[in-house]
Design a protein around this ligand. Structure first.
Ligand code: AMP
Ligand code: MG
Length: 324
């Protein structure tokens, strides 16, 4: 069994949600790193077992297949994530929408193996009719969810962030005083490093097109804060000269046009940062920046500048999170 010496920095990692997780933590004397690793993996496995659209046995998939008119008891974590998803859906005027499962599948970004190409108008209409967060009905303080027929939740835009928060909470409850937790690029930091300073993370924005020069990386201080980034680098396809990214505009049912290369949000929870990064991607660099400014949100956009290069814009709240 591995043991860490007093206050030493330990690194753990593994796989989850089709990506990787990593944790850096200040391990107390005689910390059992194997046990910590197992607890972290268990927490993330719970998120997958409840919210993965890629696992037919998950709660979210079983809900999808439930008969119309049935009420479903939600596991605690699922209910918490859905609560936040509905909150962000309302506050973003529907830019974030946790019911886009049929559209995600239709455009080939889901687990159904549908080819990635522009769907026919009829299929698009059918998928749109099944979607829409106002179809969500809950009771019992949000612990029971109605399947009205054809409702297919997709929490992929928020679940990784929630995974970060869940792992951080787990570590705190195990007596860990400082850690930097990452799940698939979404990151949360609590406590202080051995040198007494807050955790620092690098925010990058590389374009899919290698010909476009990269933006300078930014360094953020994560003092009991979390950061999430939405980007289209890996999840997109092109057809007839247009790029289709995996973020869907709920108003049209079509992938966001001219999506920003990356949208980064800093918030008090990784779950909120993750959801808002997706919502602001739907709003776009111009409207999203204004929205974020008005709400005092910490957000950064990297988007095409119209002349083949990239332009970075950020709110004052984001600026103030940058390491000096
Ligand atoms: P993220 O990388 O966090 O922006 O999440 C992207 C994923 O969220 C997509 O692959 C879809 O599964 C799902 N998604 C796409 N569009 C939306 C949207 N407008 N609101 C919420 N989830 C979405
Ligand atoms: Mg997101």
């Amino acid at each position: 069994m591995e043991h860490a010496s007093a206050g030493s920095l330990a690194s753990l990692g593994g796989e989850t949600m089709g990506t990787r997780w990593s944790v850096r933590l200040i391990a107390p004397p005689r910390a059992d790193l194997h046990a910590l690793h197992a607890r972290i993996q268990q927490a993330l496995d719970r998120v997958v077992a409840q919210m993965s659209t890629w696992d037919d046995a998950s709660d979210i998939c079983r809900f999808r297949n439930a008969p119309a008119g049935t009420w479903w008891k939600l596991p605690e974590e699922f209910a918490r994530v859905l609560e936040c998803a509905i909150e962000v859906a309302g506050a973003s005027d529907g830019a974030f929408d946790p019911t886009l499962g049929p559209l995600v599948d239709l455009w080939g970004f889901g687990s159904t193996g549908t080819p990635r190409r522009v769907p026919g108008a009829d299929a698009l209409e059918q998928a749109r009719a099944r979607s829409g967060w106002t179809r969500i009905q809950r009771r019992d303080a949000g612990r029971e969810l109605l399947q009205p027929g054809g409702l297919q939740l997709d929490l992929s835009a928020i679940a990784k962030g929630f995974g970060v928060d869940l792992v951080a909470a787990q570590l705190r409850s195990l007596g860990i005083r400082a850690a930097l937790v990452e799940v698939g690029g979404e990151i949360g930091g609590f406590g202080r490093k051995p040198d007494g300073d807050a955790w620092r993370v690098l925010v990058e924005a590389t374009m899919a097109d290698a010909a476009v020069p990269e933006m300078p990386a930014r360094v953020l201080r994560l003092d009991d804060r979390a950061v999430a980034t939405s980007g289209d680098r890996w999840h997109r396809f092109d057809q007839d000269g247009r790029w289709y990214a995996h973020t869907i505009d709920p108003r049209s049912g079509v992938p966001v046009e001219d999506a920003a290369a990356s949208v980064t949000v800093v918030a008090t929870s990784a779950m909120e940062a993750d959801a808002w990064a997706t919502a602001l991607t739907v709003m776009g660099a111009a409207a999203g920046l204004e929205f974020a400014r008005n709400r005092g949100m910490a957000a950064r956009f990297v988007a095409a500048d119209g002349t083949g290069g990239l332009r970075e814009t950020m709110t004052g709240a984001f600026q103030s999170q940058l390491a000096a």
